[in-house]
Design a protein around this ligand. Structure first.
Ligand SMILES: Cc1cc2nc3c(=O)[nH]c(=O)nc-3n(C[C@H](O)[C@H](O)[C@H](O)COP(=O)(O)OP(=O)(O)OC[C@H]3O[C@@H](n4cnc5c(N)ncnc54)[C@H](O)[C@@H]3O)c2cc1C
Length: 417
């Protein structure tokens, strides 16, 4: 196994020698799987490369689903042009779900068209993303939706066309985006969130208040500090939700935006270690994606990577997945790659681009440095040092602040400037 050393002064990760063994089999033909396959080919890997995807579509991107696909503004989601996979000699097998992994024999079992078949690997990479968390007892009720797949987004859009009122359960990033998209489609929305403000979980209550005013200004009926006890159905179709304070919100469209979970049943019996749920769950990995089994790696939403101080965490961000795919490819090929040290996330709501750089926490100190009542920019700090920058509609200013997150920067030096 190659040794890995981080050189923080030069901001690069060095890997001593490649460890890739053919064939490489990637489970999950989403963002992480496709990026890894592409990086391996671009990096000079010439061996067999198999990309197994449970869905029947060509690989697609998820961020547009809650934005332009839901509003109907732009339906393009393909991650790559159709010819890419043949040109890159990537054996893409859609409709192929991995149901078991056996590290001892280096074999996965794939179900396709109802038949199971073994596929041998030299190197295995797990990039199976998440499944949407469902509302208990609501399966089968017409008008109740989650949004994780392209089918989910299209079904939601179809129902939105006939809806009189929507309830969106959960004001995290996806719930907020769905609320904004439904408002754009002229569907009146009630957005329900158990914490004191939208997004207060990741961003804290102060920025949560600034997000609140955007929703309220757009006409969303925002209910905070309450959960949902029940989705009420009338003749099999959603008609209302009952909140934990006993109130009732009429809704013939209900969107459940309460997060996602890794679906790792296919690892049962494999012995591959999973992370504790209290640390976010997922496949337990070291800092470069190696799992507890030889020649098996994991990346993207399903993976729980250890950071430099040994803490495991699972990140559900597009850019994090792209960076992880580059790092795993470099690790496999023995290449040196620039190590991305500034995490980045974005979200689109009400015509504004929300962006987050760094690792802000909800209990950090928040310094709002720009606020025009709608657009804003804020620095986050912990123990006197800048930890993150969050903005809405302040793309240029936010990206300019990225430099301050590359090295420890006293917050005072930014506030005095
Ligand atoms: C609606 C929505 C909006 C988002 N918006 C943003 C955003 O604005 N900004 C941002 O930073 N991030 C956003 N994200 C998150 C981002 O899309 C994810 O972080 C990213 O897709 C993770 O890539 P992945 O490859 O790990 O997983 P995925 O893209 O989910 O791909 C995993 C693939 O594995 C397949 N699979 C699962 N199990 C198996 C199996 N057993 N066998 C074979 N295949 C399997 C799945 O079908 C899926 O196609 C959004 C996500 C969603 C759902």
């Amino acid at each position: 196994m190659a040794a890995v050393c981080r050189d923080h002064s030069s901001n690069r990760t060095e890997v001593e020698s490649g460890v890739v063994k053919a064939p490489v089999v990637i489970v999950g033909a989403g963002l992480g799987g496709v990026r890894l396959a592409e990086n391996l080919r671009n990096g000079g890997y010439e061996g067999e490369l198999v990309l197994l995807g449970a869905e029947t579509h060509p690989p697609y991107d998820r961020p547009p689903l809650s934005k332009t696909v839901l509003t109907g503004d732009d339906e393009r989601v393909d991650l790559k042009p159709a010819e890419f996979f043949d040109d890159a000699r990537i054996d893409l097998r859609t409709g192929s779900r991995v149901v078991a992994v056996d590290p001892a024999s280096h074999t996965v079992t794939v179900e396709r068209d109802g038949a199971a078949q073994p596929v041998e690997y030299g190197t295995l990479v797990l990039a199976t993303g998440l499944v949407a968390r469902r509302f208990p007892g609501a399966d089968g009720i017409a008008g109740v939706h989650v949004i994780r797949t392209v089918e989910d987004a299209l079904a939601l859009r179809t129902d939105a066309g006939a809806a009189t009122r929507a309830a969106v359960i959960g004001a995290g990033f996806i719930g907020c985006e769905v609320a904004a998209s439904l408002q754009k489609l002229d569907v009146p929305v009630t957005l329900i969130e158990p914490t004191p403000t939208p997004l207060s979980g990741p961003l804290g209550p102060r920025i949560g208040e600034m997000v609140t005013r955007l929703h309220v200004e757009a006409g969303v009926d925002l209910r905070v500090g309450v959960g949902v006890d029940e989705i009420v159905a009338d003749e099999g179709r959603a008609s209302a939700v009952v909140l934990s304070d006993g109130s009732r919100v009429d809704a013939d469209l209900v969107v459940v935006g309460i997060g996602g979970v890794p679906d790792l049943g296919y690892l049962d019996g494999s012995g591959i270690e999973l992370a504790d749920r209290s640390a976010g769950g997922g496949v337990a990995c070291d800092g470069v994606g190696r799992t507890s089994a030889a020649d098996v790696y994991a990346l993207g939403d399903c993976a729980n990577w250890h950071d430099a101080d040994g803490r495991g965490h699972r990140v559900e961000h597009w850019t994090h997945t792209v960076d992880a795919a580059a790092l795993v490819a470099a690790q496999l090929l023995g290449h040196t790659i620039p190590h991305q040290t500034v995490p980045y996330f974005w979200s689109d709501q009400y015509g504004l681009k929300f962006q987050m750089l760094g690792t802000p926490r909800s209990d950090d100190e928040v310094h709002v440095v720009d606020d025009d009542g709608r657009k804003f920019l804020a620095y986050y700090s912990r123990e006197g040092l800048l930890t993150g920058v969050v903005g809405a509609g302040r793309v240029g200013k936010l990206m300019k602040a990225r430099q301050y997150l590359l090295t420890p920067t006293p917050i005072a030096s930014l506030l005095d400037a």
